[in-house]
Design a binder for this molecule. Structure first.
Ligand code: IMP
Ligand code: MG
Length: 174
């Protein structure tokens, strides 16, 4: 592992696990007596989704989609590269994101999912970088707000690396 690329740790593995337990508790309380479908976005959110799901006490279903973007020149222009396996019609759905940054990706996903007539549609994100927001999106559950620096770990990548770090860290500026 190229530890040298890491400038500082923002959240330790222990801090992340503790916060995920708290948020999972909030989600369990909100959906008490109901079934919940968690929708993860490949690849970044799968680490968060599985950690979160293990601490949710209501019955949980999981489905995944993948998106691809068209590059930095067209931020927010994304398409679904791998769709969900099943319908979400009539279900309580929670979109699980690794990070809400500009909000463009999240808005696209929320619009796409809400067109499929779920009973409810919420948003849960591991990280929230409000300072870079271009489009307001309603965040129902959030673990951490982060400063305006690029971060990696716990699913978040830089050139597909560092997703497997147990902690979240700021990368050195190049
Ligand atoms: P958006 O700007 O809210 O549309 O975020 C788009 C995507 O950019 C996120 O889902 C992440 O995959 C990626 N991203 C944004 N900020 C970071 C970061 O600090 N580290 C790693 N990936 C990021
Ligand atoms: Mg990425």
């Amino acid at each position: 592992m190229t530890e040298t690329a890491i400038e500082r740790v923002l959240f330790t593995e222990e801090q992340i696990q503790a916060r995920i337990r708290e948020v999972a508790g909030e989600i369990s309380a909100k959906f008490a007596g109901r079934e919940l479908k968690l929708i993860g976005v490949l690849k970044g959110s799968i680490f968060f989704l599985t950690a979160l799901a293990r601490h949710i006490s209501v019955p949980v279903k999981i489905d995944l989609l993948a998106i691809s973007s068209f590059g930095k020149s067209t931020p927010g222009v994304v398409r679904i590269a791998k769709d969900l396996d099943d319908t979400i019609e009539g279900e309580e759905v929670l979109l699980v994101e690794d990070i809400v940054d500009t909000g463009l990706t999240t808005r696209y996903l929320l619009q796409t999912l809400s067109a499929r007539s779920p009973r409810s549609l919420g948003l849960c994100t591991l990280l929230d970088r409000t300072i870079r927001r271009l489009i307001q999106v309603p965040i129902d559950f959030r673990c951490f707000e982060i400063p305006d620096r690029f971060v990696v770990g716990f699913g978040l990548d830089y050139k597909q690396l560092y997703r497997n770090l147990g902690y979240i860290a700021v990368l050195k500026r190049e």
